[in-house]
Ligand binder design. Structure first.
Ligand SMILES: Cc1cc2nc3c(=O)[nH]c(=O)nc-3n(C[C@H](O)[C@H](O)[C@H](O)COP(=O)(O)OP(=O)(O)OC[C@H]3O[C@@H](n4cnc5c(N)ncnc54)[C@H](O)[C@@H]3O)c2cc1C
Length: 458
């Protein structure tokens, strides 16, 4: 796979892309200059710095999955199982995305939270992943998510919510990735797509090894934020600057719960520990300055909050055991695809002939209210995974093509995994049959998904 002698000349063909410009034209006033002969004063005042890049091509794969969260892990497993040579790329040192890095330790949306909830809408490879979690003893005791009817996760009958231990989730992902033969590169930020016109031909990653190019027949964008799609020039929707988006939250884990405290204690309970929500912080999760401020504010507030609880009689044994790797960002880009799933589609429980997953999670909105469906879930059509204007790329997880309301449902981790299952199968079919994702035979995709036990209500 490795061919370090080849180089990818990224600068000329990518120059028109907004994201790529951001990567190339950094504001580094006073550091160097591309302008020959400019004076020291001109150098200090310059607004951009032109980098000249030549990037070694280090690998080629049929399918490259960018981002190892709930959606990316399942997508990679599905692509590999469906016969594609698959590479999974993740910026952190472990897998699991917001479930582990964000410490959001409750997989929601395997079925409706309230009746009608007879149908388990997320099955297939996501259910295999939960089975591995169960096998490793990683399913937690209780969570504060209400559930109406009993289901036994240990018997594969998955309830609305599956609370879990984040450390075990990291191991469960690795076990399955190894078993399925998925190749893995951790510590690897995907910083730009490789493009041939409007076709994504691979990705540029940045790590401690420097910038490297990885060629792919098909790339799946599982970055949550739609980093690859946006950088490749796909149009996207983003929450309005007026603040109509859900806030960011730093999750944290309390240790030393006294045995007298029963129940979930406002969080996800594992023995004498509980994972809880920190303060809500508004703002744009794609802006590094906002993220830095949000991180500082919420870490200090979480510390104070914990000291406050410790001062209560009988609670002296409590301590701050862990904070999330980074603040949890709920909402950023939704890439515009061949179809945009609407709020009406979700509330009406619309069925699509090109269904590839079902979302039954209720729709929490940015004001905190929760809308419960009166049906078993709405269909996610394959067209919402295919970005407009860009070829060779499939969307997955929370960046798929939805209005804000259905997004709030489908971004939960169980539907995100089901979407990952579909994107992985689609990418494998496209890569092995040498068909552009936009022209994929959806019936063949559905057949493959059903053969891997996905629920499509056929
Ligand atoms: C505070 C909070 C509370 C939530 N509560 C719940 C809940 O109770 N239950 C529930 O089911 N869902 C909950 N969610 C939603 C859910 O966690 C996310 O929507 C879900 O994880 C999305 O899955 P994903 O795989 O699309 O993205 P993510 O989980 O965000 O995974 C994306 C992965 O890609 C990696 N990545 C990102 N960019 C790059 C890049 N450029 N290069 C390489 N790697 C990259 C990230 O490190 C990450 O591993 C919550 C979210 C938040 C923020």
């Amino acid at each position: 796979m490795n061919n370090p002698s080849q180089k990818w000349q990224s600068a000329p063909s990518l120059g028109r892309r907004a994201f790529f410009q951001a990567a190339l034209w950094t504001t580094v006033a006073g550091v160097g200059s591309a302008v020959q002969g400019s004076s020291p004063r001109q150098k200090r005042d310059q607004q951009s710095y032109r980098e000249s890049l030549e990037t070694p091509i280090v690998a080629r794969h049929q399918v490259v999955v960018a981002g190892g969260g709930p959606s990316g892990v399942i997508a990679a497993l599905a692509a590999a199982r469906s016969g594609a040579d698959t590479l999974l790329l993740e910026r952190y040192a472990f897998l699991g995305g917001n479930g582990t890095a964000g410490l959001m330790t409750c997989y929601n949306g395997f079925r409706n939270q309230r009746p009608p909830e007879a149908l388990q809408t997320v099955k297939g490879i996501p259910a295999e992943y939960i089975a591995e979690l169960v096998r490793l003893g990683g399913v937690a005791d209780t969570s504060n998510y209400e559930m109406t009817l009993p289901h036994d996760v240990r018997k594969g009958d998955l309830p609305y919510a599956v609370p879990f231990d984040a450390e075990v989730a990291k191991i469960a992902s690795l076990n399955l990735i190894k078993k399925e033969g998925v190749k893995l590169r951790l510590y690897s930020w995907v910083v730009a797509p490789m493009l041939d016109g409007s076709r994504v031909t691979g990705v540029i990653v940045h790590s401690k090894s420097g910038r490297q190019a990885i060629i792919a027949d098909v790339v799946i964008d599982c970055t949550g934020d739609g980093d690859v799609a946006a950088a490749a020039g796909a149009p996207f929707m983003s929450p309005a600057a007026t603040g109509d988006r859900m806030a960011m939250t730093l999750m944290y884990r309390l240790g030393g719960l006294p045995s007298s405290v029963k129940g979930p204690f406002d969080g996800v309970r594992i023995g004498d520990q509980v994972v809880r929500w920190g303060p809500a912080v508004p703002g744009d999760g794609l802006n590094v300055e906002t993220l830095t401020k949000a991180e500082v504010t919420s870490r200090l507030e979480v510390w104070d909050e914990v000291q406050e609880v410790r001062r209560k009689p009988g609670m002296e044994s409590l301590y701050l055991a862990q904070t999330a790797t980074g603040i949890g960002v709920r909402e950023t880009r939704r890439i515009i695809g061949e179809y945009v799933v609407t709020e009406h589609d979700a509330t009406a429980g619309k069925r699509f002939p090109d269904v590839i997953a079902i979302s039954s999670n209720p729709m929490p909105d940015f004001r905190g209210a929760r809308y419960f469906f009166r049906h078993e879930g709405f269909d996610i059509p394959y067209r919402s995974l295919v970005p407009q204007k860009v070829e060779g790329l499939i969307l997955s997880g929370r960046c798929i093509s939805c209005e804000q309301a259905p997004f709030q449902s489908a971004r939960s981790m169980a539907p995100a995994m089901a979407i990952g299952h579909a994107s992985g199968c689609a990418a494998a079919l496209a890569a092995t049959q040498r068909v552009p994702p936009r022209e994929l035979d959806v019936k063949a995709l559905q057949k493959l998904l059903v053969s891997q036990k996905a629920e499509l209500r056929f």
